[in-house]
Design a protein around this ligand. Sequence first.
Ligand SMILES: NC(=O)c1ccc[n+]([C@@H]2O[C@H](COP(=O)([O-])OP(=O)(O)OC[C@H]3O[C@@H](n4cnc5c(N)ncnc54)[C@H](O)[C@@H]3O)[C@@H](O)[C@H]2O)c1
Length: 251
Amino acid sequence: MDKRVVIVTGAARGIGHGIAACFARKGDIVVIADLDASAAEQSAGAMTAAGAPESVGLRCDVSRRIEVEAMIEAVLACFGRIDVLVNNAGICPFVDVMQLTPEVWQRTLDVNLNGAFHCTQCVARHMIERGEGGRILFITSLAENVTGPAQVDYGASKAGLRMTMAGFATALGPHGITCNAVAPGMILTPMTAFHWEQPENAAFLKTRVPVARIGTPEDIGNACVFLASPEAAYINGITLRVDGGHQAVCY
Ligand SMILES: NC(=O)c1ccc[n+]([C@@H]2O[C@H](COP(=O)([O-])OP(=O)(O)OC[C@H]3O[C@@H](n4cnc5c(N)ncnc54)[C@H](O)[C@@H]3O)[C@@H](O)[C@H]2O)c1
């Protein structure tokens, strides 16, 4: 069988990089699509070292339809197929809602929500035409269900993303394409390092997360590899929480 081709958006660093590395270790061809072109190329180099037979880094702002279409055309020109899409690219401005400008609100929705719509619709059109099914994953967040004053834009985008995933699951299931979400808990990445590097916040993890540690990008990557595996063929339209039990705790 041909090697699977896996696109991970926002994979130049952080969770996306960890997800891509997990697919690379399984022997899949990995495409790193990121806003940061040079970091994407560097990340692609690391994927080959991790075990990907081939990998490529492409610049793509997922919020811009024209860039998404160009990225997908480039992938098809290179590898001829797309088997898995992971909608991971996301931003979290952490601005109190009463100070949030309309521009920042809009950008959060454009990247986190609209970006996943563009990528999913374009990739799904290719998958339907090819007729061999596929797997589409969405990286949401615990913030799809719980929120706070500095996460109003972020939570709105992630709650919207959950329903976007569920809607696509109903539309694409008949074509053998499953759609699922992974909701990470507290994961150490460049997005969150400023917070977790403070000792009082690090101590919070020990008391609030039952497994008593912060999550890694690979914790999320392993869940994605499972949801994209043949063993997960009948799982469609769910959110898999990967949070060390954080949201199960009642205080
Ligand atoms: N870190 C956490 O604790 C955590 C928890 C829950 C959910 N998430 C989600 O996981 C995903 C990755 O988060 P992370 O912590 O790795 O963040 P990060 O900031 O460390 O990395 C995000 C990556 O996405 C890229 N990116 C940003 N805007 C983009 C755009 N418009 N188009 C393409 N690429 C773009 C960045 O260049 C960067 O490489 C996000 O969707 C985030 O909401 C993270």
